[in-house]
Design a protein around this ligand. Sequence first.
Ligand SMILES: Nc1ncnc2c1ncn2[C@@H]1O[C@H](COP(=O)(O)OP(=O)(O)OP(=O)(O)O)[C@@H](O)[C@H]1O
Ligand SMILES: [Mg+2]
Length: 296
Amino acid sequence: MIFSWEKIIEEILVKKGKVFLLGESDSGKTTFAKTLVTKAIQKGILVGWVDADIGQSTIGPPTCIGLSLISPQSPEFKISSLYFVGNTSPHGRFVPLIMGAKKLVDIASKESNLVVIDTTGAVTGEFGQTLKYQKILACKPNYVLAFQKEKELEKITDVIKKFNFLKIYFMEIPENIRVRTREERAKNRQERFKLYFKNSKLHTLIKKDYAFYPSLDFLLSENPDNLIVGLKNSSGEFLALAIFIKQYNEEIEILTPLVNIENIAVLEFGNIRINQDGEQLEYISINNGTFYNEEG
Ligand SMILES: Nc1ncnc2c1ncn2[C@@H]1O[C@H](COP(=O)(O)OP(=O)(O)OP(=O)(O)O)[C@@H](O)[C@H]1O
Ligand SMILES: [Mg+2]
């Protein structure tokens, strides 16, 4: 059975809880999230919007999961928290993507009554199925809204329908939905990065005062220039994104909007290079040459 958006929104606004949006790219997930969030705050409900779409982000920059806690008193979608994943696609990043989604969903659940979880369009093959299945197990939503065009979600929904903590609804797909081209998606990501790095400054850091993950030696086969970096403090909390600009013998140069750079403890490399204009240049595998060879 296919449900209309109005009907499901009506039910969710009464029951509240955690709502997980599942569907391939351009299936209407983000449009639905915006509609639901807007209606919820109009009704005076405190909402936590977790944006786990690290490519086509709504909350915060690409490569990060974003959380916005939205109260009816200040209904803007301000960033409340970010979790660094390190890529604009889940490739090579399942662990931080699932960990980060769980972490922000847990914060959102504590701070609000309704949690909306938007996700990437990766839903098919072993890759998409594993990711979404594990993410659903980690986030434990009360509702999974399946935006299915043909049968592409069945491998996931056939399993999760056995879970007694969630309800699955197959949702109407808007008729005149627009499929965005690769170029439009790239352009959108660039705009998001540009906005994030708008007031950034160059900073010189002394290498020996910081830890790098993976280590700088480890990256030697890949020069680190232009890699996206997650800056973390000594509690392991994410501070801000940076772009690695250049390394010298004893120093490195980064570009970041972070003002208090004295709290940086760890620089965590992501898998993509971007230029100072926010344009994504290439993907690199930072695990190159370090395969785990042992069996068992
Ligand atoms: N009811 C509608 N009428 C017309 N256009 C729509 C409608 N709903 C969504 N769209 C458009 O269709 C496109 C895809 O929708 P949306 O961004 O919600 O999909 P998505 O599932 O979040 O995709 P992605 O996984 O790529 O983020 C968007 O450009 C959106 O503006
Ligand atoms: Mg979306």
